[in-house]
Design a protein around this ligand. Sequence first.
Ligand code: NAP
Length: 296
Amino acid sequence: MANLGFIGLGIMGRPQAGHLQAAGNQLYLNTRSKIPQELLDKGGIACRTNKEVAEKSDIVFIMVSDTPDVEQVLFGENGVASGLSKGKIVVDMSTISPITTKEFAKRIEENGGLYLDAPVSGGEVGAKNATLTFMVGGREETFEKVKPYFQLMGKTITLIGGNGDGQTAKAANQIIVALTIEAVGEALLFASKAGADPAKVRQALLGGFAASRILEVHGERMIKRTFAPGFRIALHKKDLNIVLSGARALKVSLPGTALCQELFNANSAMDEDGLDDSAMVKVLERMANHEIRAKD
Ligand code: NAP
């Protein structure tokens, strides 16, 4: 049993923390709003500050929203950095900027700590089922120490390289997810407006070369009109901002990613930032003056 800190108990963090706890680890918890009661009922200890979490834990897991949130958790008043001592490990599982991650890792090491960036893919379902994919950046010895805990929360766990490389892999993941949502949306919309049953089209395509998890999960959402998140459009826009600003710095042109960001911007204009990212299809539907509907 280890003493583990967990900061950020939202859609992803809450079930992830639950898996660490179910394996017998003592959890020290903090989040911005309310700590889920079930984690407290099972022995989790609420901390008043992120500093206190770091003081009491050997490894601190973080799962908050964006780069400024991680900065505040680490280096804000009574932040994690102020509670670190030699050898403690900070694991940031949030999806944030690879460039800033390198700076965070350096500052944490200056405070005596060790740092891994370990963003995940697999969504809420993967978090609940402990089947997440972890893309990790950091030192190999640190990775080996944390790996048994990653295995409690996920299935595919890969050390990509040094600090920041985990976040770079996640940014690449988000490019594929966004462009595939766009492709699935266009395909189902086209089929539906042509008079074919989009549910049957999806079913058929799942057996062929166009099969993908996005066609399976998001395709079903588009047909059944279940746009409650899941993964919010606001978060996917945040990720594509990370990608596109990185691409500008690298002088890489990513036209498909830029198109998807513009479609998400059109979602924002309709106050759809809180919907699941599969709701990108609603923008395409408005342009086609047609809504995807399964035939009864
Ligand atoms: P979420 O439901 O909004 O959860 C974020 C949690 O962090 C919330 O509980 C929030 O508190 C807390 N938080 C934010 N800033 C904080 C701060 N400064 N101090 C303490 N707590 C803070 O988001 P999520 O969907 O779990 O996503 C978390 C991260 O995982 C994001 O980086 C996201 O891109 C990534 N991710 C999400 C998914 C997905 O499918 N949802 C999949 C893969 C990766 P409040 O509730 O008080 O705001």
